[in-house]
Design a protein around this ligand. Structure first.
Ligand code: SF4
Length: 320
């Protein structure tokens, strides 16, 4: 059964212009996105910067109001909750942010950062010092860290503090928004392994957002590929890596370096820039960069339809 259900979610931001700052258009950040995530599963959301994946994560968290559609967490629609119910639900739904330094208050010690979380959610875990100390040890930091400030830690250690803050509420779902993209490559795998370990011990469900398919490959059970605010292909991770159909997914896959430096792979280089989400192309939104685009692609938007070969595999393309 799905623990998280996103249904036809849209998020449009108004574009304001002129002397009176009137609305002159919309940014179509997320457009008609649907997916479900089962308990204990990791759903990867992948796409280039600006494709709407972070906005989607923030809508799920309730940090942005949705323009349309719905988000259900454990069968409860988050848009219908009172503020008290939202607060209760928010402890089950936590987020790990991309930039561990930006997401921590530089004037607070680690102890204050973690204690504040319990205060905000009105939770009393008993012996708070003991609980916080154990929490730090569970994410690979020593108890001595409690009296230190964020600037005294490396990037990887700061992300561990961010992870400790997220898991402190015993959440069921964590939205991981590019949790390793600001870190050195040498630290990335340690943080990813920590997330996998916590998922196992705490039974966590992740929505894992990244621009990097090789990182998502390491983490996700199922993957949704986003382009200009829409999901263009979705399947289990193995199918995406071995039987991708959408030309955009294939281009992303071709950019993943091979483990063997001597091995050769043909890289698909996409022409042009990502079009503006303010003025998306007609028809298939990928047609301006797609090497296979034809007349129908410029005129008619392809629906997200199942393939005949792999159960649960959907893609939005007229030809593949
Ligand atoms: Fe390319 Fe056309 Fe398929 Fe869009 S519908 S991905 S433009 S082939």
């Amino acid at each position: 059964m799905a623990i998280l259900e996103v249904s036809r979610l849209t998020k449009y931001f108004p574009v304001l212009g002129g002397v009176f700052l009137r609305r002159t258009g919309w940014v179509y950040a997320v457009d008609d996105v649907s997916f479900c995530v089962k308990k204990g599963e990791t759903f990867g959301l992948v796409g280039e910067s600006g494709c709407g994946k972070t906005t989607l994560g923030r809508c799920i968290m309730g940090l942005y109001d949705m323009t349309g559609g719905s988000v259900r967490v454990k069968d409860t629609s988050i848009s219908k909750l009172t503020s008290g119910q939202k607060k209760e639900l928010s402890s089950h739904l936590q987020m790990i942010f991309q930039d561990p330094y930006e997401s921590l208050d530089p004037r607070q010690t680690v102890r204050q950062v973690l204690e504040e979380k319990y205060k905000i959610h009105g939770k009393n875990p008993g012996n708070l010092s003991k609980v916080i100390g154990e929490l730090l040890e569970n994410v690979g930091l020593s108890r001595d860290s409690l009296t230190k400030y964020p600037h005294e830690f490396s990037g990887g250690q700061r992300q561990r503090i961010g992870i400790a803050r997220a898991v402190s509420m015993n959440p069921e779902i964590i939205i991981c928004d590019e949790p390793v993209s600001a870190l050195d490559v040498s630290v990335q795998s340690k943080i990813l392994n920590l997330l996998l370990e916590l998922q196992k011990t705490m039974g966590l469900t992740y929505v894992f957002i990244s621009h990097d398919l090789s990182v998502v490959r390491h983490m996700a059970d199922r993957i949704g590929v986003m382009y200009l605010g829409k999901i263009v292909e979705m399947a289990d991770a193995k199918t995406i890596y071995h039987h991708a159909r959408h030309p955009y997914t294939k281009a992303l896959l071709s950019a993943i370096p091979l483990p063997d430096p001597g091995a050769k792979k043909q890289r698909i280089v996409l022409k042009g820039e990502v079009p503006s989400v303010e003025n998306p192309p007609t028809g298939c939104s990928f047609h301006t960069r797609c090497p296979h685009a034809d007349t129908i692609c410029r005129q008619t938007e392809p629906a997200l339809l199942p393939t005949q070969t792999d159960p649960g595999h959907v893609r939005a393309c007229h030809f593949f």
